[in-house]
Write a protein that binds this ligand. Structure first.
Ligand code: AGP
Length: 611
């Protein structure tokens, strides 16, 4: 996820773009840049680093006098590491077309090869540079709209684009598909932005550009065209948010915003890797299919929620690959003299890519000759750079300390990786693999259904937000999920909670269950539902209040639990991705009712770079 802005008006454009970008840094902050129209053509200033670094460069320059048209970008790297040259805007070699882009072009490599065959030369690793050169290639002079539309016909993927043409210094062209783009309407000036906070200081009159609509912005007007070239009129929306609320897109906290971003984050992480023929493209450069066939055991190592992803994935991978799969805490793994060798696949999971315990575990794995694949959300982070292969989750920046969308995208990606391995190792019938891939592709829709109706979770949270102790219990996959559910509640509400294997309770811990103790029983893993019913009766007999997370078609559990939360029909592969959503919401609503500092809980940091 990146942030793009644009301005056409009569005020100095560079300070305006810089201020606007600062309001979008939550969308990405590894590099930034601006492009503006000057008498001698399009000028670009861009750099690795934060907006503050860019501001120093722009302030030191003296080339922006009287410039009043420009575009800007703050980057969250997906293709190409954070660097000066990979940052946006990208100016075509002809210097005729400058582009800022938010999204992922899935076919950029094919397009790049096509353009190279026509004499184009590229200087970055990004998909966005291909967009600028493609538009230039399609631009024969005189009709920028036709050039943009012609280029768009060849693009696959998601994009929100801000485009400058040097031949048309008094306009900006904007185009979007899948990625958001706001049009801000002012007096004698107009704006584009990825999100409202960027322009709220200048105008509260906005509209959202529609899917595959193209906008031409001049000082006087905004013209919107649909894909057929017909004019489109959008009603103006008046924004009454304050600036702080606007940064969270109107949500109260980044955490709840990121919970609601999960459908989009999962879709953006999976879509580019699943081809129309149901093949899976992991983009591996070092580990071959033969290497994967030679793997005789898997270790997944990480910390915190990323470790919980590993515990869930362990069950799934063991079932489909039939080789030993272990999930180990990174802080333990590296001191445990692990039994690994070149036939061991070590999967490292990390949102930040900087967690020191996990980085040291990675080095330990490499020192033992293991093959290392990392699942990481930050491009070119330390863990990514030291891994043999990296699978990036394209969840965008995760601001809340308590992870949600990164956890979900890690889980989706490790399951897709498991299906890839099952296919190359001939472990499953092809039709089962395809149906599992399709089930993964439907997860965003299923998660959205859960997010569309949060009332029951909100109600249950309102009954229990003052509780002192909570037990999450489950078996197999449900136990693995309860680990994450418990951590979510603990870290943002400060309520003591514990995840416990339901079958283990009776071996001691059940002594803590007393009248009114809250127990959350995860009962979605169908093969062990009967056992879970017995465990619920056990704790009920000792006075517990039980909230049960159950399958849509479960007609038994509701007869003994105090409350139920239903999960829509899902398969083994989608159970974890669906079940975690109400549990994230439960933790959030409890913490919200307690008035906790949800995005920045006490004692915690977003990235733990100490041992
Ligand atoms: C998750 O909500 C926590 N913030 C924490 O457990 C986190 O998952 C852990 O520190 C690992 O971080 P990483 O994914 O960036 O490596």
């Amino acid at each position: 996820m990146c942030g793009i802005v644009g301005y056409v008006g009569s005020r100095p454009v560079t300070p305006l773009l810089l201020d606007a970008l600062e309001k979008l840094e939550y969308r990405g902050y590894d590099s930034a840049g601006i492009a503006f129209m000057a008498d001698n053509g399009i000028i670009i200033h861009k750099t690795r680093g934060r907006i503050a670094d860019l501001r120093k460069i722009v302030d030191a320059a003296t080339d922006d006098d009287d410039c009043t048209v420009g575009i800007g970008h703050t980057r969250w790297a997906t293709h190409g590491e954070p660097s000066d040259v990979n940052s946006h805007p990208h100016l075509s070699r002809s210097k005729r077309v400058a582009v800022v882009h938010n999204g992922i072009i899935e076919n950029y490599i094919e397009l790049r090869h096509h353009l190279e065959a026509h004499g184009y030369v590229f200087s970055t690793e990004t998909d966005s540079e291909v967009v600028s050169e493609l538009i230039d290639y399609c631009y024969t002079g005189g009709d920028p709209v036709a050039a943009v539309r012609k280029a768009e016909q060849q693009l696959k993927g998601s994009y929100a684009l801000g485009i400058l043409f040097s031949d048309f210094p008094d306009q900006i062209i904007a185009l979007r598909k899948d990625s958001p783009l706001i049009i801000g309407v002012g007096e004698g000036e107009n704006f584009i932005a990825s999100d409202i906070p960027a322009i709220l200081k200048h105008t509260r009159s906005v509209f959202r550009l529609g899917e595959r609509e193209l906008a031409i912005l001049t000082r006087k007007r905004v013209t919107v065209l649909d894909t057929f070239g017909n004019r489109v009129e959008h009603p103006i929306e008046h924004i009454d948010w304050d600036a702080t609320a606007a940064e969270k897109g109107g949500y109260s906290h980044f955490m709840i915003k990121e919970i609601f971003e999960q459908p989009d984050a999962i879709a953006k992480t999976l879509a580019p890797r699943i081809k129309e023929d149901m093949s899976i493209d992991l983009g591996f450069k070092s580990i071959t299919d033969d290497d994967l066939r030679g793997i005789d055991s898997i270790k997944i190592t990480a910390c915190g929620s990323a470790y919980h992803v590993g515990v869930v994935a362990k069950h799934f991978l063991k079932r489909i690959l039939r080789i030993p799969v272990e999930a180990e805490l990174a802080s333990e793994f590296r001191y445990d003299d692990p039994i690994i060798d070149e036939h061991t696949l070590v999967i490292i999971v990390s949102q930040s890519g900087e967690t020191l315990d996990t980085l040291y575990a990675l080095r330990e794995a490499k020192a033992h000759g293991a093959r290392v694949v990392s699942i990481v959300n930050v491009v070119a982070s330390s863990i990514a750079n030291e891994s043999e292969e990296v699978l990036y989750t394209w969840a965008g920046p995760e601001i809340a300390v308590a992870t949600t969308k990164a956890y979900s995208t890690q889980l989706a990606l490790i399951e897709l990786f498991g299906l890839y391995m099952a296919r190359v190792r001939g472990m499953l019938p092809e039709e089962e693999i395809i149906s599992s891939i399709k089930a993964l592709q439907n997860v965003p829709e299923g998660v959205q259904k859960l997010l569309d109706d949060v009332k029951s979770v909100q109600y249950i949270a309102s009954l229990y937000f003052n509780c002192q102790d909570v037990f999450f219990i489950g078996r197999n996959m449900d136990y693995a999920l309860s680990l994450e559910a418990s951590l979510k509640l603990k870290e943002i509400s400060y309520i003591h909670s514990e995840a416990y294997a339901a079958g283990e309770l009776k071996h001691g811990t059940i002594s803590l269950i007393e009248d009114g103790t809250l127990v959350i029983a995860l009962c979605v893993y169908r093969p062990l539902l009967e056992k879970m019913l017995s465990n619920i009766k056990e704790v009920k007999a000792r006075g517990a209040k039980v909230i049960a997370i159950i399958n849509d078609d479960d007609v038994q559990t509701g007869t003994i639990a105090d409350h139920i939360i239903r999960i829509p029909e899902c398969t083994d592969i989608t159970v974890p991705l669906m079940t975690i959503v109400p549990l994230q919401l439960f933790a959030y609503y409890i913490a919200s009712l307690k008035g906790c500092d949800i995005d920045k809980p006490r004692n915690l940091a977003k990235s733990v770079t100490v041992e």
